[in-house]
Design a protein around this ligand. Structure first.
Ligand SMILES: [Zn+2]
Ligand SMILES: [Zn+2]
Length: 206
C-alpha cells in the first residue's frame, strides 16, 4: 500500500534553543528509511515505500534526508527544514521508470501567540517565506514531524519527464516514441491519408 499520509512512526523532534538567546542555534539531521513494511529491519531497495501523491507514485530510492535548524526570532521559533531524497517514478509522457532527486527547504515559524484565524491568514498571505505553526507551550524539544511531511509533499513534482525532449507514447497504439516510430505513424504516411493529415495539422496549428 502506498503512503498517502504521514507515517505514524515518523517522529522528528529538534531541541529547542535556549529560551531568549537569539544567538542559540540547534540543528538536527536524520536519514530516515521509509519502508513499505516497517519493522523488517534493514531491507533491500525493493522494500522501500512509495508515496502516492497527486496521482503519481514515488518510490523511495534512498533514505529520506532531513536537516533542520532552529533559532529564535523575537518570541517565535524559526525552523528551517531541508528535505532531500531520490525517488523512482514514472515519466508523465512516456510512462517509463524515471529517477529523480528532490531537494528543497522550507521555513516555519512556531509561535505561541494565539493569533485569530484572520490574523494568521493575513500573515500567510503577506509573507509567503514561511508558514506559521501555533504551539501550545515551549518544551525542551519541538515536534516538527507534520512539517517534515508537508515539506516532503510540497517538494514532489507534479510532472516528471525522463528527458526534456521525451516524445511520449503514441496515442493510438501506446508504444513509446522514444525508441522509434510505431506502426501507426508509417500507416499515416500512406499517401491516401496525406491529404487528410495535412488538414488535421493545419487545424492543430491554429
Ligand atoms: Zn519520457
Ligand atoms: Zn502507434
Amino acid at each position: 500500500m502506498p503512503i498517502t499520509e504521514k507515517p505514524d512512526s515518523w517522529r522528528f523532534e529538534i531541541d529547542t534553543p535556549e529560551l531568549g538567546n537569539e544567538d542559540a542555534v540547534t540543528t538536527a539531521l536524520w536519514e530516515q528509511e521509509v519502508l513499505s513494511r516497517p519493522g523488517l529491519g534493514s531491507a533491500p531497495d525493493s522494500a522501500r515505500a512509495e508515496i502516492l501523491y497527486d496521482g503519481l507514485l514515488f518510490r523511495f530510492a534512498s533514505p529520506l534526508k532531513i536537516e533542520a535548524e532552529a533559532r529564535w526570532a523575537d518570541d517565535s521559533l524559526c525552523v528551517t527544514i531541508a528535505v532531500k531524497a531520490f525517488f523512482t517514478t514514472q515519466c508523465s509522457r512516456c510512462l517509463e521508470p524515471t529517477d529523480i532527486e528532490i531537494l528543497d527547504d522550507f521555513m516555519y515559524l512556531y509561535s505561541l501567540r494565539k493569533k485569530t484565524a484572520a490574523n494568521r491568514n493575513a500573515t500567510e498571505e503577506t509573507d509567503d517565506e514561511y508558514q506559521v505553526v501555533p504551539v501550545a507551550s515551549w518544551k525542551n524539544r519541538l515536534d516538527i514531524s507534520d512539517q517534515v511531511w508537508e515539506s516532503l509533499i510540497l517538494t514532489l513534482p507534479t510532472q516528471v519527464l525522463c528527458s526534456r525532449d521525451c516524445r511520449g507514447i503514441c496515442p493510438t497504439c501506446g508504444k513509446s516514441l522514444n525508441s522509434g516510430e510505431c506502426i501507426c505513424s508509417s500507416e499515416t504516411k500512406d499517401p491516401r491519408f496525406e491529404k487528410l493529415l495535412a488538414i488535421q495539422f493545419d487545424q492543430d496549428t491554429e
